[in-house]
Design a protein around this ligand. Structure first.
Ligand SMILES: C=C1C[C@]23C[C@@]1(O)CC[C@H]2[C@@]12CCC[C@@](C)(C(=O)O1)[C@H]2[C@@H]3C(=O)O
Ligand SMILES: O=C(O)CCC(=O)C(=O)O
Ligand SMILES: [Fe+2]
Length: 344
């Protein structure tokens, strides 16, 4: 888990936000109406768009080139041929469905403590917005046993085994993608200790639920943000994720059965001197409940991330060097302004 456990710790200290009992709500409460924030309204420019992020097959010999191109142009792509077993992906979704289907009093037993990273609750970024999101989440950092036992004192084992297996497989896939990307950055993966022995990296698995919404065009599933990661890998059977693309606006990413969605996060943005773009994204809701699982990967907390310098990535650094821990702290305090605060 590591440094990511510290994300948004400070912003949560004074507020413990509790998700609604969504099943009992028939009309959208005022506290959840986002329409008045016109340019950020969930359905402004909501389209599948004439263009959408590329779909890349990892088995394609040309995959490395296509991945680099996607990191530059979109900061996001869909990946097939990734080797994560379909059955495991389905099990993650059905375990998430079981968890979020528990009665609200039961779920609240695993509520994240104020300033805590793991457990049940609203999105960590909630304190930065004056409206609530139509969302509930369960964050896993390291072993899921502690919080899962509070949900199912006897029957937590199946859930835990599925999530641990998934975390291990996603970590390995992320490291495979990092090696491809590092090659293009001229970084020798063999010389990167935390990648070589797969020790110390910070990871988190976030299960997201977007309950069936009585008034979807006025609600926000997950507000616009970029991920505090090097790379995030997301799975969801159902569409709902929108990414912001300069010139095209908010674009819906159509879910492809069996594919995962790979996002460039803030640390890869800094490392590539802004050439690979950390993608701003958000989630829209519908009358039908949607689940997703996002796996976040960052280097260990004490690693210093500095922009690489070269002909392709620029000879002048656009960002100051930051420690992973330091940047996570800045993001937790300043959220969307964090990247511009470390701009040179
Ligand atoms: C690893 C992390 C990234 C994250 C904060 C966290 O510590 C655990 C949850 C992650 C998540 C998931 C939903 C969206 C998001 C912005 C949030 O509120 O919590 C991300 C955080 C992030 O990427 O900054
Ligand atoms: O649910 C989704 O599609 C996106 C989730 C997300 O952005 C996140 O967990 O950071
Ligand atoms: Fe995200």
């Amino acid at each position: 888990m590591g440094a990511l456990a510290e994300a948004y710790k400070h912003s949560l200290l004074d507020k413990q936000l509790i998700p609604l009992d969504y099943g009992s709500v028939r009309t959208l409460p005022e506290s959840h109406i986002w329409l008045d924030q016109s340019d950020e309204s969930p359905y402004v420019a909501h389209s599948t768009g004439p263009i959408s992020p590329p779909v890349i097959n990892l088995m394609d010999p040309d995959a490395p080139r296509l991945i680099i191109q996607a990191c530059e142009t979109w900061g996001v792509f869909q990946l097939t041929g990734h080797g994560i077993p379909t059955k495991l992906m389905e099990d993650v979704e059905s375990e998430a469905e079981k968890l979020f289907g528990l009665p609200v009093d039961q779920k609240l037993k695993a509520l994240r403590s104020p300033g805590g990273g793991a457990g049940y609750g609203l999105p960590h970024i909630s304190p930065f917005f004056n409206k609530h999101m139509w969302h509930e989440g369960f964050t896993i950092m390291g072993s899921p046993i502690y919080h899962t036992r509070q949900l199912w004192p006897q029957a937590y084992q199946g859930f835990c085994e599925t999530m641990v297996d998934y975390q291990n497989q996603l970590k390995a896939l992320t490291e495979q993608l990092i090696r491809i990307i590092f090659k293009s950055l001229n970084i020798n993966s063999e010389e990167v200790d935390w990648l070589k022995d797969s020790q110390g990296s910070s990871t988190a698995l976030q299960l997201n639920s977007y309950p069936a919404c009585p008034d979807p065009t006025r609600a926000m599933g997950l507000a616009p943000h970029t991920d505090t990661s090097l790379i995030t890998i997301l799975q969801s059977k159902t569409s709902g994720l929108q990414v912001f693309k300069e010139g095209a606006g908010w674009t819906l990413v159509q879910s492809i059965p069996g594919a995962v969605i790979v996002n460039v996060g803030d640390f890869l943005h800094i490392l590539s001197n802004g050439v690979f773009t950390t993608v701003r994204h958000r989630v829209v809701v519908t009358h039908i409940q949607r689940f997703s699982a996002a796996h976040f990967y960052a280097p260990p907390g004490d690693v210093i991330v500095s922009p690489v310098m070269s002909k392709d990535f620029g000879e002048v650094p656009r960002y100051r060097s930051v420690s992973v821990k330091g940047y996570v702290e800045t993001k937790g305090k300043h959220f969307e302004k964090a990247l511009s605060l470390i701009k040179k």
